[in-house]
Design a protein around this ligand. Structure first.
Ligand SMILES: CC(C)(COP(=O)(O)OP(=O)(O)OC[C@H]1O[C@@H](n2cnc3c(N)ncnc32)[C@H](O)[C@@H]1OP(=O)(O)O)[C@@H](O)C(=O)NCCC(=O)NCCS
Length: 453
């Protein structure tokens, strides 16, 4: 191990001191009515802003009272279910269409979508030598860090980097939307080459391809993919591209934008947030958890055995010992996450096409059993159901996408939502965000160095 990574006894002693002075009595949160996680127990977030970009709903009013309901997601007022159902079966440009909708507030007409897709294509070119000088150097094992580093470095290549006028911010956002697939996939190729000795290939994107098609084209050695594969990836991008202003990474976009800083700094911060396993990093955990489950279960169809494994997860006795069943639960959704429901249908189709019916049956059993087991073991306020990550990891594994790219694919999609929110924050000329933290520690009399005991 590198000497800088070593956890010495000295560090352990200091960490214990740090932990000792970092404990806040949980009771104080109730006393001062502080919403932990900036949410009520029913999942409703503390209201911190207004937006017209999207809406996440998880409750309905019955007899004047708000009660948990099936989740719904709207982009600029359109139900995402309708947006996906309305796409022609052979279209792979749904992500571009919905990006247009998020950024400009209207569904594009045919020629508007064509021109917008061409504009994105024209921006899908990295600065000369960027791949060689930046992406190939010191490749990191986590592509989210590689992506963030590339985004921060693009600042140095932009002569107008600090200009926060709306047209310039829009230009930067469109360029980042176009470049994210290249930065992510090339970062992965570099890592596989330098760490695992895999052959290095860098395919150039194709002008006529959509974002989903280009991802498959530049990732695969032979560049080949089927229409259903491109369709499923396009749907995955639509389902991940936006989720209201309050999700952790989009709130980061608003928060950091409100300080007046540049687009690259904002997006790098949002990437840092999305990387977290409680946010965008959960889909990797879902797949690894299922790998562990499949290796440990004798019979994938035995519900009792599956239940025992799930209970062991909650008791921190299986997989990563975190006490979580990944892919279950959501900060806001209660009875259902609409994204998981939409995804489910496409995943079922692909699992039949690819011969993964046995895996799909196991996912279905966990989908049914896990909420009951969590409810039996934890205090449930609003209900727990499968979230979008429950099926996305499975979908990506059937598409042959490497695990290292699961969260970057989330980022490739979510940059569209971040961009819309950054533009809304900049256009609105909002105030710098500065919430409050109440000090619950005591005031103390200063003690000179020689008198400290
Ligand atoms: C997303 C998540 C952080 C939301 O947590 P939350 O806001 O506390 O959700 P709830 O209020 O509904 O949770 C109620 C209780 O059930 C527990 N719970 C919720 N989902 C759980 C899960 N997947 N596994 C184990 N326990 C879970 C919570 O920890 C909480 O118990 P606690 O008060 O003892 O901590 C949580 O569901 C989770 O960690 N899920 C697994 C990770 C994941 O899939 N993330 C992707 C989100 S899209």
């Amino acid at each position: 191990m590198n000497q800088f990574c070593e956890i010495t006894p000295e560090l352990r002693r200091l960490a214990a001191k740090s932990a000792e002075c970092s404990k806040i009595d949980p009771e104080l949160y109730t006393r001062y009515d502080v919403k932990r996680g900036l949410r009520d127990l029913n999942g409703k977030g503390v209201l911190v802003g207004l937006t017209e970009i999207s809406e996440v709903s998880s409750t309905k009013i019955v007899n004047g009272e708000s009660v948990p309901a099936d989740g719904e997601l709207f982009y600029r007022g359109y139900n995402v279910k309708d947006l996906i159902a309305g796409l022609p079966e052979d279209s792979h440009f749904g992500f571009e269409e919905c990006t247009y909708l998020l950024l400009f507030g209207k569904l594009p007409k045919k020629h508007e979508l064509r021109d917008f897709s061409a504009l994105l294509s024209s921006y899908r070119t990295l600065p000369t030598s960027f791949v060689r000088d930046i992406i190939m150097k010191a490749p990191s094992k986590d592509m989210m860090n590689t992506l963030a580093r590339s985004v921060l470095t693009l600042y140095s290549y932009d002569e107008m980097a600090d200009d926060v006028s709306l047209p310039n911010v829009l230009r930067q956002c469109l360029q980042l939307i176009s470049l994210f697939p290249l930065l992510s996939v090339y970062g992965y190729q570099a890592y596989k080459h330098y760490h695992d000795g895999a052959s290095l290939f860098i395919h150039s994107p194709k002008e006529e391809y959509s974002t989903a098609e280009n991802i498959l084209h530049i990732l695969r050695p032979d560049s080949k993919f089927s229409p259903l594969e491109a369709k499923l990836l396009d749907i995955a991008l639509i389902l991940h591209m936006e989720h209201g202003g309050g999700n952790n990474s989009t709130f980061t976009t608003h928060l950091v934008s409100s300080s007046g800083t540049d687009t690259y700094s904002v997006i790098a911060a949002s990437l840092g947030s999305l990387k977290g396993p409680k946010h965008g990093g959960a889909n990797i955990k879902v797949v690894r958890m299922f790998d562990d489950m499949k290796a440990n279960l004798k019979d994938w169809t035995d519900e009792e055995e599956i239940s025992r494994y799930l209970t062991a997860l909650l008791h921190k006795e299986a997989f990563d010992h975190a006490g979580l069943i990944y892919g279950m639960g959501h900060a806001v959704y209660s009875l259902s996450d609409p994204r998981a429901q939409i995804f489910r249908g496409f995943v079922k189709r692909l699992s039949a096409e690819k011969g993964y019916e046995k895996e799909f049956a196991l996912y279905t059993a966990v989908e049914r059993l896990a909420p009951q087991i969590i409810a039996a073991e934890r205090k449930i306020y609003k209900g727990v159901s499968p979230n979008v990550d429950f099926f996305s990891g499975f979908a990506y594994s059937m598409l042959g996408l490497p695990v290292e790219l699961y969260t970057p694919i989330f980022a490739i999609a979510r940059i569209a939502g971040w961009s819309a929110h950054r533009l809304e924050e900049v256009a609105g000329g909002g105030k710098i965000m500065r919430p409050a933290y109440k000090n619950v520690g005591e005031h103390k009399i200063y003690v000179p160095m020689d008198e400290r005991v």
